[in-house]
Design a protein around this ligand. Structure first.
Ligand code: FAD
Ligand code: NAP
Length: 382
């Protein structure tokens, strides 16, 4: 979808699309669960361009809904309004309409006032923002109720203190030119332990593990701001850096470039924890290498040896060739983790420009700024 093109499907009018297939890409390992998911678009007319994302409306975990209902002495049959003011029963509203993990400030305030929880009241002062964030890290609505057991709400009051359950975005991992009737995703299930409870991210666990083949997912396209391939007859090379699920849009890029017989060279940097068990789409990359759609793949397996090896280490190792790609006008795409990977890859990019381009620190910064202004350094990080 181009930025200006209107889709019939939107947040207000999502497509209900059938889950076609799901494959656990990490079935050989225990450390993480990343899924390849295919969603049916047949007859929908939904269109997208590689670089776009799919926004999905998730559902909350029914076990968590049950636990909350029990703790708050609700049956689940109480009638409440949804955020869009349609009446439904409380169980349905807590499953589909309201965020029951991340607590809203309204709920924190209501709990603090009702049970005279001074510690919580103090955390809500404007100057205590950081302390409040620290307190909330790893805490969910359920923790607040457990930690303040005398709290009581009517069903209507309770939902009025919750945020609306929002969509989550997933980079599209397929091209309509390759698979005209479907949209593919690469989804890592968010899982962690906090305050002695196992937690799961709402949408990553729903779409991967609580849906069955044939179930419907409500979704719409969000355009990838500037995360776009050059024209197929543009001979500029592309360098793609996508560790983990960051590789998703680059699968779409490769499918599109093969279908359009794109001219420029293409180089992929991929990283995951283990080569055996996490080399997502390995056979497809091999085919693209064989048919010339992909010229080179460089991989970094972080947990296959004692010291961590990450994509930026591979980028630095290949610095001379990386620099020659840049000097040939390459577009550098980075997708995946925003917090740790993207800043480290950015540092590696500056380092290569300094070392192989014989530039000072300031000149390297200028070079990167120039890349950005020419839209030759594009990031889609989350
Ligand atoms: C443009 C874009 C593209 C994306 N593409 C992809 C993609 O292709 N594949 C993919 O898997 N994801 C992708 N994401 C991320 C995705 O949108 C979701 O954010 C992700 O799946 C988590 O959503 P969730 O509902 O499962 O988790 P949520 O219910 O939203 O939970 C996540 C929250 O849990 C908390 N949390 C997480 N870990 C911990 C911890 N260790 N301790 C305490 N708290 C913690 C944090 O508050 C975190 O914000 C993309 C995001 C964007 C913006
Ligand atoms: N906030 C967090 O603590 C946290 C943690 C994990 C994932 N996430 C998020 O979970 C989602 C899915 O993650 P994912 O499964 O796609 O992959 P990911 O967790 O980003 O991991 C992919 C690969 O990147 C490596 N990596 C870790 N730190 C890196 C760094 N600084 N530079 C380069 N590579 C680095 C990982 O190694 P190692 O894991 O061996 O270090 C792994 O080999 C993303 O949204 C990500 O941001 C967040």
């Amino acid at each position: 979808m181009t930025e200006n093109q209107k889709s019939v499907y939107s947040r207000k009018n999502p497509l209900s699309a059938k889950i076609l297939s799901k494959e656990l890409l990490t079935s050989k390992i225990d450390e993480k669960k990343t899924w390849h998911i295919e969603i049916d678009l047949i007859g929908s007319g939904m269109e997208f361009t590689p670089g776009d994302s799919l926004a999905i409306f998730p559902e909350n975990n029914p076990d968590l809904v049950n636990e909350l209902l029990k703790l708050l002495n609700f049956t689940g049959n109480e009638i409440v309004p949804t955020p869009s003011k349609i009446e439904t029963d409380l169980r349905n509203a807590l499953t589909k309409d309201y965020a029951i993990t991340t607590p809203d400030k309204k709920l924190l305030r209501a709990v603090a006032e009702q049970v005279n929880n001074h510690t919580l009241s103090e955390l809500l002062a404007p100057e205590k923002k950081q302390e409040l964030n620290n307190y909330l890290w790893g805490r969910e609505v359920i923790d607040l109720i457990i930690e303040n057991p005398s709290v009581k709400f009517s069903a209507e009051e309770f939902v009025s203190l919750l945020k609306k359950l929002n969509v989550r975005l997933y980079s599209i991992a397929s091209s309509l030119k390759h698979s005209p009737n479907q949209v593919d995703l690469t989804v890592a299930v968010v899982e962690y332990e906090s305050h002695n409870r196992s937690r799961q991210g709402v949408c990553s666990s729903w779409v991967s593990e609580r849906t069955e083949i044939g179930d419907q997912a409500k979704c719409f396209i969000t355009p990838g701001k500037g995360f776009r391939l050059p024209d197929p007859d543009d001979s500029s090379p592309i360098i793609m850096c996508g560790p983990g699920t960051g590789v998703a849009p680059f699968r779409a890029f490769m499918q599109e470039r093969k279908a359009t017989d794109a001219k420029g060279d293409a180089w992929l940097f991929f990283g995951e924890i283990h080569e055996d068990g996490c080399f997502f789409y390995e056979n497809e990359w091999e085919e693209y290498l064989n048919d010339g759609t992909l010229n080179k793949i460089s991989t970094a397996w972080s947990r296959d040896q004692e010291e961590k090896i990450y994509v930026q280490h591979k980028i630095l190792e290949e610095g001379k060739e990386f620099w020659s790609y840049l000097e040939r006008g390459a577009i550098f795409y980075v997708c995946g983790d925003a917090e740790r990977m993207a800043p480290d890859v950015d540092k590696a990019l500056h380092q290569i420009i300094q070392e192989h381009g014989n530039k000072s620190e300031d000149e390297a910064i200028e070079y990167v700024n120039e890349l950005k202004s020419l839209k030759r350094y594009r990031r889609d990080v989350y």
